[in-house]
Design a protein around this ligand. Structure first.
Ligand code: MN
Length: 712
């Protein structure tokens, strides 16, 4: 009973019957874990009890505290979910289930596994954020009591905490827990470095005490002189892990990483924050560009405060955070402050809505998940969003848009709306035209110019930083590929029908319907897409349509006579369902042939491509193709150069290619024994005559022995 008293003294915010339920959970867990011991040798029950106490300190509701008692029951004992449902109801069982699932995940084993875990974690969170908070409390107690574990296990758990749980706590605005998790993990992960920093900080504390006292006294006197009465001045010390991180990230020395005095001033009301700001700015000279107003523009996780830096004694800056008591509580406990705290329920303070912010974060993650194919892609997106360093820019109407640091105009466009992103062509910052790849800075006003027929450019993927923009662009390109395939498939089918003296419009609706049903397709576009991707042969489909679904022997013999088919015209390098073979690299001017390759669509080869000959392909997959007269775009061609091994030889080669107005995409050098090398160049060319010009330029280089176009 005495163990429970510790918890009970903290449950004053709950009613008697609720506390009785919690006691029932305590007794339940006590029986379930009977005889089990922790690694330290204590009875196992100590752990769930401690987790419950952490949650009671946050004033979480009774279901969360009951779930805290039961959180290891399902995993460690023979008791199943049903038993928990019958004893405590479904909501508690769901919470326990969520925490159990999170605990069973092996983070950090492989990236793929890790992202899968993230996915589940996010899903669990979106269903009930209490699952994550219970898990954080669980992890916190485990970190506090990991003393008896083996060193490598300690390190693994500490890394996992630093990589996953501390950032999530931070993201939910739970600063206190985040800091404690970081400090404990740092000590477990890097015990030696931690000890050295600890000693350095203790030494520094002694050296600085006098100045710290003096600054505090000055501020106190100034505030009192302005007849302020209720305020708190807190001298602050950076925690060890944050000093360590600064040293790592900016290659700072210890001195540089701790080169300031730091205070927090707490006051009762918003307005007084600005009053205090004015007072300290007249007491010490403010450092230009160091002022941040997170009261007007809160951070992603709801954090609010004024930040400023002042010139202090001997040039050592004084960093100040000025905020209300409510903001401070919010900054320490984040999402928990307003969401769960029963006592605060009827208070209506306007300090931002952590619940809304957390939910928006989760919604964003889910949105990305839905439009993203692979798990690996997903974790990239999530990682970007878990470690935010945000900037704020304005729409022309003055709305604030939050973006990750490094975000470009295209990220901004996608944040405004997916359609704005997909159709943006140009942009203005503060009325000046700027490129779409421009990196945005806080405070800029960005306006986007769109045109309805514009499309996302795959090259944007090289510079966008937000997960939302990245997955939207990927998604568009995927859809685009499909619609290109549909278009090509329709064209190919029309041609085949024409060769058989028919046309699409001549096929009856019923015939079409029955064939689509036979092939398990919903709409005619599915059939076109299948043809365009090379999964079905257009001439067979055409026969099938004409003969009403029953190919006769006569039809099959006809198939061998379709040599007269009118060729398909290749207009350029753009369409994504048409690609150019990497064995022979056909370019405009070459004799070419099309080959329908399953899953790849139409692949264009040179007519004399030896690779194609060797493949022994089915004749019905070949399509006659011709270059359009005005074919556009750049095509890749391969050139073999035999060159003497001399200093500067490759540079001369690169120069010759660019003098012929072409780009090199790839260079492969094969050393030959006799002082010569074979260089294979992939260059972008417009046509056969362009290629010939490049070959001439190369052959004029004195060190070149021979140059030819590579044969496929
Ligand atoms: Mn546990």
């Amino acid at each position: 009973m005495s163990l429970f008293e510790d918890l009970k003294s903290k449950l004053t915010y709950l009613e008697e019957p609720q506390i009785a339920q919690i006691y029932k959970a305590y007794a339940f867990a006590s029986e379930a874990h009977e005889g089990q011991k922790r690694d330290s040798g204590e009875p196992y029950l100590i752990h769930p009890l401690a987790v419950a106490i952490i949650l009671a300190d946050m004033h979480l509701d009774q279901d969360s505290i009951i779930a805290a008692f039961l959180h290891d029951v399902v995993e460690d004992t023979s008791i199943g979910k049903e038993k928990i449902i019958s004893a405590f109801g479904t909501p508690v069982a769901e919470l326990v289930d969520g925490v159990t699932k999170l605990s069973q995940m092996e983070f950090l084993s492989r990236a793929e596994v890790q992202s899968e875990s993230f996915r589940k974690m996010v899903l669990a969170m979106s269903r009930d954020i209490r699952v994550i908070i219970i898990k954080l409390a669980d992890r916190l107690h485990n970190m506090r009591t990991m003393g008896s574990l083996a060193p490598d296990r300690k390190r693994r758990i500490a890394s996992e905490t630093l990589d996953i749980y501390a950032p999530i706590a931070s993201r939910l605005g739970m600063h206190e827990i985040c800091v404690e998790l970081e400090e404990l993990s740092f000590a477990a992960r890097y015990p030696h470095r931690c000890k050295i920093l600890q000693e350095a900080v203790a030494k520094m504390r002694l050296e600085r005490q006098q100045i710290v006292d003096e600054i505090e006294k000055n501020i106190f006197t100034a505030l009192t002189a302005h007849s302020l009465q209720k305020f708190t001045i807190l001298p602050r010390e950076k925690h060890l892990y944050s000093i360590y991180r600064r040293m790592q990230r900016y290659h700072f020395s210890f001195k540089e990483a701790t080169n300031n005095y730091s205070f927090r001033i707490l006051v009762p009301e918003n307005d007084i924050c600005y009053l205090v700001l004015g007072i300290v700015h007249s007491l010490y000279k403010p450092i230009l560009g160091k002022f941040e107003d997170y009261i007007a523009i809160p951070k992603f996780n709801g954090y609010q405060s004024l930040h400023t830096s002042l010139f202090g004694q001997e040039g050592m800056p004084i960093e100040l955070q000025i905020r209300t008591y409510a903001m401070d509580s919010m900054a320490n406990h984040g999402i928990v402050t307003h969401w769960f705290s029963v006592n605060n329920k009827d208070k209506d303070e306007d300090i931002g809505d952590p619940q809304l912010r957390a939910q928006r974060w989760i919604t964003n993650l889910l949105e990305m998940q839905q439009s993203t194919a692979g798990s690996l892609e997903f974790i990239d997106n999530v990682k970007t969003d878990l470690f935010p360093d945000e900037i704020y820019v304005f729409t022309p109407r003055g709305n604030i848009v939050e973006l990750p640091k490094g975000a470009t105009v295209v990220d901004f466009a996608y944040t405004v709306h997916i359609d704005v992103g997909n159709t943006c062509v140009a942009a203005k910052i503060d009325q000046q035209f700027i490129p779409l790849s421009t990196v945005l800075k806080s405070g800029q006003t960005v306006s986007i110019i769109t045109t309805p027929e514009a499309k996302p450019n795959p090259a944007w993927l090289n510079f966008v930083v937000s997960g939302r923009a990245r997955s939207s662009i990927h998604n568009f390109l995927k859809t685009q590929k499909h619609s290109d395939a549909v278009e090509l498939g329709k064209e190919l089918l029309e041609k085949s029908l024409a060769d058989l003296g028919s046309s699409l419009s001549a096929i009856s609706v019923n015939t079409l319907k029955s064939i689509l049903t036979e092939w398990h397709m919903q709409k005619i576009e599915d059939l076109y897409g299948d043809i365009g991707l090379g999964n079905r042969i257009p001439i067979f489909v055409a026969h099938h349509l004409i003969s009403d679904g029953s190919p006769s022997l006569e039809d099959k013999t006809k198939l061998t006579q379709v040599e007269s088919v009118k060729p398909l015209i290749i207009k350029g390098a753009d369409g994504m369902a048409v690609s150019f073979a990497h064995c022979c690299y056909p370019i405009p001017g070459d004799q070419i042939v099309g080959y329908l390759q399953a899953g790849h669509g139409l692949v264009i080869h040179k007519k004399d491509c030896t690779t194609l000959e060797k493949l022994n392909c089915k004749s019905e997959m070949y399509l006659p193709v011709l270059w359009a007269d005005d074919v556009k775009g750049e095509f890749i061609s391969a050139i073999n150069v035999e060159i003497a091994n001399q200093r500067g030889a490759l540079a001369a080669l690169a120069h010759a290619v660019s003098a012929a107005e072409a780009n090199i995409c790839d260079v492969r050098v094969q050393e030959r024994s006799s002082g010569y090398s074979l260089v294979v160049l992939l260059v972008q060319v417009k046509s056969l005559s362009h290629l010939e010009r490049i070959l001439r330029h190369i052959s004029n280089i004195p060190t070149v022995i021979g140059v030819t176009r590579a044969k496929g």
